[in-house]
Design a protein around this ligand. Structure first.
Ligand code: DGJ
Length: 720
């Protein structure tokens, strides 16, 4: 052993002896107990419902090594793998020290430093615990601490954000999967010996087949009110991987992080790589509490502008697609003002002159208004919106380019493709720009900066991303190609940070041909996301239900469109009103009754958005259980509640049962009133206009379901 290493080893041994440590990361409901073992390594002694404290911890066994490294004694999937220039990939981490800091009231950060005695590698495990919300955020910092000319450059091969261990044996994984227009479908499978992997390799549109979120139930399937479950999600806007591995002893290991697929990267002396956050909650009282905890945490700590008013809007995409001109847009703005929404959103098709964006085949990348379509430019549109008393928003897709564009002609070197080797492959006729290149980052920022500088009245943007990365090769990264997937995401974050810093009031919707890109890191820059291009209200009941496990309704954009005209405007609007309400229809072509219905529903949504967008959400009836569905929101501010109830496809003799409400004060009285009634009709709800105790409503319930097809009810429940 070299002298320096010997001294480090002595130091580490000394630290280890000093600190037969127990490290507690806790929230109001959960304890994660880590302990320095007799071997000087860090072990996970416990993860579960909150215990009493030291006296309880003393009885816990040491448990498995917490953050397992490749190339040592373990037989299963490691969290960390680092290859040294000598070809060896063995890392052995021993405890060095830890610190606990209070970041704000009820938010504590614990940082545990581990180091290798042989190779200059330090790993910091960082846990941020949100006491009230029962949320823990875990990430890892991996440093090459080598110094001097001869210090080695290492290769980071796998670098998980977190590794968690569970004992028990009966594990069930609920996964979310799908495709374009069928996002967030839920399936539950048992986890038995071996590995189950949920991952993506799509790069930009990373979540097209699965978003980075999962639920693991322990000892039987958790339901809304009972059972123990881990809900986890990764804040990373790119390729992710969750590995669920059950060992021969029945231990479950959950490893979460960036997908190591084609993502090896150099770690030079002095370099530190910081992984994304793995965000989790462990509930012992079922899934309802878990989701409400995540929603509250997201609004308070993670979502961009997590508490500000959200804009209801009219989008022109399905009303016009690419066929519009200034006059048509101004007519639509008249509709928007008539409907009472806050904003008009101009979608795709407003730009390009040499190659006007008259279809998705050309013009992407040329962000100048099409003179023929919009002679007065965006200035005329923001002005018209202002005159009508509404705000103006605009669609952009600045990370992408059509090969038929001036941008591509000027900068083929900015594109991810394999020139001279392979034919270009187009997904929706477009290619992805190489955001690992700082010049491209500047360009993407300049697209937004130019719009905001020229048209400071733009209040909102819909940021789209329609192509995954294909034929991966970066002209910029040269011999460092395997860094592209990760460097791309870092490049994107640096652009988004610049935008938020310069235009803090700008609100942005995260879109990716539906929700092909959605995660909590992205949502620290975006106020909301487009849940799906599928706006058939029946399918939306499922898609919105799926996302509700992780995202509060203020983040989930839900629009009324003409998908499924068998469903009434009322049914479509009521489904969309459970999210952030918007419209994408030809309002003027609706009959007077539907128009009047929409005006009233918009008014109600705005009036009640403090309940729907900011209240606690209760999933009362899952659409998966059919033939009905119901969701209730309760505001902690004044106890007001709004209930949405749907009859999807009941059989003629369906025996409906009263629906029990939740989240009310049993000892308070509540007045029940059906709202969002079709003009000229009366409520057929027996309870309408009556007052009930919270206890009655939660014990007996309300008869809100019917045996009608595609019926819906919105009920306002006011604490007296
Ligand atoms: C995909 C989005 O999901 C749609 O809402 C629309 O904005 C189109 N792109 C426009 O090209």
């Amino acid at each position: 052993m070299k002298k320096a290493n010997f001294i480090t080893a002595l130091f580490l041994l000394f630290c280890g002896m000093l600190s037969a440590q127990t490290i507690r990361v806790s929230t109001s409901k959960t304890d994660l107990v880590l302990r320095v073992g007799g071997d000087g390594r860090l072990h996970q002694s416990y993860l579960g419902a909150r215990l009493g404290g030291d006296a309880d911890f003393a009885h816990l066994s040491e448990g498995p090594e917490a953050y397992i490294t490749h190339g040592m004694e373990d037989y299963f999937e490691p969290a960390l793998e680092i290859r040294q220039p000598d070809g060896r990939s063995s890392i052995l981490l021993k405890y060095v020290e830890h610190s606990v800091n209070t970041l704000s009231e009820g938010v504590k950060e614990t940082v545990i430093t581990l180091a290798d005695e042989v190779y200059p590698v330090t790993v910091r495990l960082r846990f941020t615990a949100y006491e009230r919300d029962n949320i823990i955020r875990a990430s890892t910092e991996i440093s090459n601490t080598g110094r001097g000319r001869k210090a080695p450059t290492m290769t980071l091969c796998r670098y998980a954000s977190s590794m968690l261990h569970f004992a028990g044996g009966d594990y069930r994984l609920t996964e979310f999967s799908g495709d374009w227009a069928e996002e967030a479908k839920m399936t539950t499978v048992p986890l038995t010996f071996g590995k189950k992997v949920l991952d993506t390799k799509l790069g930009t549109r990373a979540n097209m087949f699965t978003p980075p979120m999962f639920i693991v139930s322990f000892d039987g399937q958790a339901d809304e009110h009972t059972g123990t479950a881990l809900l986890g999600t990764l804040g990373w806007t790119g390729n992710f991987r969750f590995t669920f591995e059950v060992t021969q002893t029945g231990e479950l290991r959950v490893i979460s992080g960036i997908n190591p697929y084609y993502s090896e990267r150099a770690l030079r002396p002095g370099d530190t790589f910081v992984t994304p956050d793995f965000i989790f909650t462990l509930s012992t009282t079922g899934l309802g509490d878990a989701s409400r905890d995540i929603h509250r945490w997201a609004r308070d700590y993670q979502l961009y502008q997590g508490h500000e008013e959200r804009y209801t809007l009219l989008n022109n995409w399905e009303a016009t697609y690419f066929s519009f001109d200034e006059e048509r847009l101004i007519q639509l703005m008249d509709n928007a003002a008539d409907m009472g929404v806050d904003l008009f959103l101009l979608d795709d098709g407003w730009f390009g002159n040499k190659y006007p964006r008259s279809s998705d085949r050309q013009g992407l990348g040329d962000w100048e208004e099409t003179r023929e379509k919009l002679p007065g430019g965006v200035a005329r549109l923001t002005q018209a919106a202002g005159e009508k008393g509404i705000r103006f928003g605009i669609w952009v897709e600045p990370e992408m380019v059509n090969p038929k564009s001036e941008l591509y002609e000027k900068h083929p070197d900015w594109v991810i493709h394999q020139p001279d080797v392979r034919d270009e492959y187009y997904f929706r006729n477009q290619l992805v720009l190489d955001l690992s290149n700082p010049a491209v980052q500047d360009y993407v920022f300049s697209v937004i900066d130019r719009l905001m500088t020229d048209y400071p009245d733009i209040a909102f943007m819909k940021w789209d991303c329609n192509s995954p990365i294909t034929n991966i090769w970066s002209p910029y990264l040269k011999e460092k190609q395997t860094q592209l997937y990760v460097d791309y995401v870092h490049g994107l974050y640096s652009v988004l940070e610049r935008i938020n810093a310069k235009y803090p009031a700008l609100r942005m919707m995260l879109c990716s041909g539906g929700s092909g890109r959605i995660d909590y890191k992205a949502l620290s820059y975006f106020t909301e996301f487009w849940a799906s291009d599928n706006t058939n209200p029946i399918d939306r009941l499922f898609i919105q239900y799926g996302y509700s496990f992780f995202y509060p309704s203020r983040a989930v954009c839900a629009h009324v469109t003409s998908w499924n005209r068998n469903a009434s405007i009322k049914f479509r609007t009521d489904v969309a009103s459970m999210g952030k309400l918007g419209f994408d229809i030809r309002f003027n072509e609706l009959d007077e009754r539907d128009q009047e219905y929409i005006r009233e529903a918009v008014k109600n949504w705005k009036r009640l958005s403090y309940v729907i967008a900011d209240g606690d959400q209760y999933r009362l009836y899952s659409p998966y259980d059919g033939p009905h569905a119901a969701t209730q929101f309760v505001s902690p501010r004044d106890g007001k509640s709004v209930l949405f109830a749907f009859d999807v496809h009941p059989m003629a003799y369906d025996r409906t049962r009263p629906l029990r409400l939740e989240g009310l004060d049993p000892d308070a009285d509540y007045r029940v009133e059906e709202i969002n009634l079709v003009p000229g009709t009366r409520s057929s709800l027996r309870a309408n206009g009556q007052t009930f105790s919270g206890r009655y409503l939660m014990t007996v319930g309300l008869d809100v379901f019917t045996s009608g097809n595609l019926r819906s009810r919105v009920v306002e429940i006011t604490k007296q």
